[in-house]
Design a protein around this ligand. Structure first.
Ligand code: SAH
Length: 223
């Protein structure tokens, strides 16, 4: 899978993709991530990419032309399944959406900045708008990192144990059960007996029961 991220601050995205599971996905060639500096498509010697909002008001707006040219350039090289805009009023990212996007081949993610982007970009160039939660970030870069991470770990072959994404929260509309590691007792705090019993069937039953209990308590809407 290939993800092209367009941003006015691509430097913000250097580190998030250079560690852990996303890095492994890239090293294995399962995920390609390309960062594009919108300013490379900016106007004039100042590489201008934003301007004042028509009608007045505080805050700059990303201009339609640099975004258009950047997306056009990418599209001239290959077909894209989605052109995503990160937007606080977009579709809320959840595991179902991450699963769906992980099946795509090529995706563009456009990060907004300042006041946002000229509405004509959203009308004519964007196929999907995604929010990572009902709060406002300074820019779309962190949202793009979240989306890319959530998708990347789902690509077949990325996680060592293929089943491990399947046992994570939300995959089957359940919250994951609690996990413990050694020692079996610390400070008088004990690991549940069943987990150290060695009885796999009982462990599986306990995990399922805990998952259901947690889901009912924390995300009853999933049940
Ligand atoms: N004026 C806009 C917010 C702009 S914030 C409004 O009130 O809706 C600047 C940029 O950060 C946005 O264009 C978007 O790309 C990104 N952003 C902010 N919050 C986000 C969120 N919750 N999810 C995804 N992207 C977000």
């Amino acid at each position: 899978m290939r993800i092209d991220i367009i941003s006015v601050l691509p430097e913000l995205l250097c580190s998030p993709f250079d560690h852990s599971i996303v890095k492994r996905a890239r090293d294995k060639g399962l995920l390609e991530i390309y960062l594009h500096d919108l300013k490379d498509y900016g106007k004039g010697k100042h590489r201008q990419v934003d301007d004042y909002a028509y009608g007045g008001g505080a805050g700059m707006v990303l201009m339609v032309e640099p975004v258009f040219n950047c997306i056009k350039n990418l599209k001239s090289e290959r077909d894209y399944d989605e052109v995503i805009f990160t937007a606080p009023d977009g579709q809320l990212l959840n595991q179902g959406l991450a699963n769906e996007l992980s099946l795509r081949k090529n995706i563009i993610i456009l990060c907004g900045h300042y006041k946002g982007v000229d509405e004509r970009v959203r009308e004519h160039l964007i196929t999907r708008e995604i929010s990572i939660g009902d709060y406002v970030l300074s820019g779309g870069e962190l949202a793009a990192a979240v989306i890319t991470d959530a998708i990347g770990r789902l690509l077949p072959g990325v996680l060592n144990d293929e089943t491990s994404a399947l046992t994570d929260s939300f995959q089957d509309d359940l919250i994951a059960p609690p996990v413990y590691t050694r020692p079996a007792e610390f400070n008088g705090w004990k690991v549940p007996d069943v987990l150290v019993s060695g009885h796999q069937k009982k462990i599986d039953e306990w995990r399922m029961a805990e998952s259901e209990k947690r889901t009912a308590q924390r995300r009853p809407g999933l049940l």
